[in-house]
Design a protein around this ligand. Structure first.
Ligand code: SAM
Length: 264
């Protein structure tokens, strides 16, 4: 029996055969790959993945869809997990497969940022992530300094990965049609951060603080991090807004400040 898609779980199902094919072509799954799909839904993308030579695992939260998928794919080698992606232990999955994962998903748009940060946290267990998301969010991830889109998502992602925007997708390709356009983004994790980071937690705290007040000069927002104004003495670029700084400059600021704050 058909039932109404759950808005709360971001259920906009891909119904466009060309788009589905283009996603699989972009991923290019080959023998030896372990593909992990986030939110397989009714299996439209999963089918193309399972038909490749790669091993496929998938994580779906919805009870009804999970049960349906289990039946529909019972004759295939798909390994299905009834789980929330936001609590999924990708390290455990990668270890049990003895392989770093290749993530793919037409993800629920309402939890795009938490998913991204979770993937970044587990990046040592992940080769790449090919994700369909709201077009505006995709633009932010690939944006450059000095633009209105540049912010936390760009800095956090580009520090640890190469990012590439592949193509945009019309709302008409989904059922029900979302209110927004979508884009396919590929995030390929580097072995090490692009620039050495003294402390990753502090780095994330700094970019959240700085871009939380993106209209303010860095000097003003960083006062929330330091105990005294003196700790900011001599740090370059404080008279600029965070959006004017490259990822390398922001890392430099975080490293200097971390040394001062932790030694102080
Ligand atoms: N892959 C299917 C497609 O392309 O048509 C469905 C995509 S739909 C945009 C998002 C899917 O993610 C739904 O199947 C939804 O139930 C599932 N989902 C939502 N929140 C989830 C979560 N926290 N963890 C795992 N799956 C989730």
């Amino acid at each position: 029996m058909r039932r109404r898609p759950k808005k709360s779980l971001g259920q906009n199902f891909l119904r466009d055969a060309n788009v589905l094919r283009n996603i699989v072509t972009t991923i290019n799954p080959v023998a030896g790959d372990v593909i992990c799909e986030i939110g397989p839904g009714d299996g439209s993308l999963t089918r193309g993945l399972v038909d490749s030579d790669a091993r496929v695992i998938a994580v779906e939260l919805d009870d009804v869809l999970f049960t349906r998928l289990s039946t529909e794919f019972s004759e295939t080698s798909l390994a299905l997990f009834h789980q929330d992606v936001l609590t999924t232990d990708f390290h455990h999955l990668a270890r049990s497969e003895n392989k770093r994962l290749r993530i793919v998903g037409n993800i629920p748009y309402n939890i795009t940022s938490p998913i991204l940060f979770r993937l970044i946290d587990f990046r040592r267990d992940i080769i790449d992530a090919t994700l369909m998301m709201q077009r505006e969010v995709a633009r932010r991830i690939v944006s450059q300094p000095g633009t209105k889109d540049y912010g936390i998502l760009a800095v956090a992602t580009q520090l640890v990965a190469d990012v590439r925007l592949h193509f945009d997708v019309s709302p008409r390709s989904f059922k029900p049609a979302p209110d927004v356009f979508s884009s396919l983004v590929q995030i390929s994790f580097l072995d090490n951060p692009r620039f050495p980071v003294r402390d990753e937690v502090f780095m994330r705290h700094l970019i959240r603080t700085a871009f939380g007040k993106r209209r303010k000069m860095l000097r003003n927002s960083l006062l929330d991090i330091v105990k005294t104004r003196d700790e900011l003495e001599g740090i370059p670029n404080l008279d600029k807004r965070p959006e004017a700084l490259t990822v390398e400059q922001l890392v430099g600021t975080a490293n200097t400040l971390f040394d001062r704050v932790s030694n102080g």
